[in-house]
Design a protein around this ligand. Structure first.
Ligand code: PEP
Ligand code: MG
Length: 325
């Protein structure tokens, strides 16, 4: 099966009816680009920049970060690179952080909240990303956005970082695209409001599931309840895609769901046209894309979105995935 999959590495990802689908990759460190270039991905949809900050005793400097972002941007050779700003807290905590003691870290000072509370730390990263933006097609993505107010504060910090670079005569791409993660229910429910402030959205289903269902994504005691096909989760994803499309803002998914070939048809049927996933999953998802006709799957997807019985969801999903192309 592996060699068969390799044969589609270079083919364009499009459905049987000719709809183009963008398949891009998630990375954690610059060395992961080797796998991306090998996978047939058309860019990086999620660079989890916090991994540059983990496993060390001190903060990476602006120049260290710049080197890492530039390396990835350069090696992608014109393909888009989406760099997510520091997303610490909860499951990811570096040694130097003083924010590890909360009783509920996933509800505490994590993601963009932490960055807005530490503007010097945040702007150091923003300057590094901006400087890297002249070396490729760099886009910036803010994690854990909760409200328009928070998004506007992040955009203000980005403007300040540009001014700091202007003052020292350093170059950056003035048109760098800015995006927001949709990974908490409040963001999913206010996509129409957030849309005015961004160029793109990326749905983080790992956290969206956690926060919608109130299930710790890392707690084995409740992992059997962590269900990507829970009707509430599917509704929020569907609502986000539909609302973003209506607003003319491109939307992708970069959580685990995007790399699960058993969910590819469901997501296509919900209107998703861009998937970001671990490079190792890319060809199996592409296989499903190539074998799918959007008109043929839509009746079953509509049924899945209307049912409230979890067993029925699973039966319908099997039905969906065994439909001929
Ligand atoms: C997500 O929450 O789905 C996501 C992509 O971000 P992370 O897994 O890094 O929290
Ligand atoms: Mg997340």
């Amino acid at each position: 099966a592996k060699s068969k999959l390799a044969s589609i590495k270079k083919s364009n990802a499009q459905t049987q009816d000719g709809t183009p689908i963008e398949l891009v990759a998630n990375i954690e460190l610059p060395q992961d680009v080797d796998d991306v270039l090998n996978s047939g991905a058309v860019g990086v949809g999620l660079f989890r920049s916090e991994f540059l900050f983990l496993g060390r005793d001190n903060l990476p400097t602006e120049d260290e970060q710049f080197d890492a972002y530039r390396e990835v941007a350069t090696r992608l050779n014109g393909q888009p690179l989406t760099i997510r700003t520091l997303d610490l807290g909860a499951d990811k905590n570096p040694k130097w952080s003083q924010y590890t003691t909360a009783d509920n870290p996933a509800l505490g000072l994590c993601g963009i909240r932490l960055c807005l509370a530490e503007p010097a730390l945040f702007r150091t990263q923003l300057r590094a990303i901006l400087r890297a933006s002249v070396h490729g097609r760099v886009r910036i993505l803010f994690p854990m956005v909760n409200s328009v107010a928070e998004l506007r504060q992040a955009v203000t910090q980005l403007a300040l970082a540009r001014e700091e670079l202007d003052a020292t005569g350093q170059a950056y791409d003035p048109d760098m695209q800015v995006g927001a993660m949709i990974e908490v229910p409040s963001a999913a429910l206010t996509v129409n409001m957030l849309a005015k402030y961004v160029n793109f959205f990326s749905i983080g289903t790992n956290d969206l599931i956690q926060y919608t269902l109130a299930i710790d994504r890392n707690d084995d005691a409740v992992s059997h309840l962590y269900d990507p096909t829970h009707p509430a989760v599917l509704y929020l994803i569907w609502h986000t895609i539909k609302t973003a499309n209506k607003a003319g803002v491109p939307v992708s998914i970069c959580g685990e769901m995007a790399g699960d070939a058993r969910l590819t048809r469901l997501l296509l049927g919900m209107g998703l046209r861009k998937f970001s996933m671990p490079p190792a999953n890319l060809l199996s998802v592409k296989r499903v894309v190539l074998d799918t006709h959007l008109d043929h799957i839509s009746p079953v997807v509509s049924k899945i979105l209307r049912t409230n019985d979890p067993d029925r969801v699973h039966d319908l999903l099997t039905q969906l995935n065994t439909l001929p192309a």
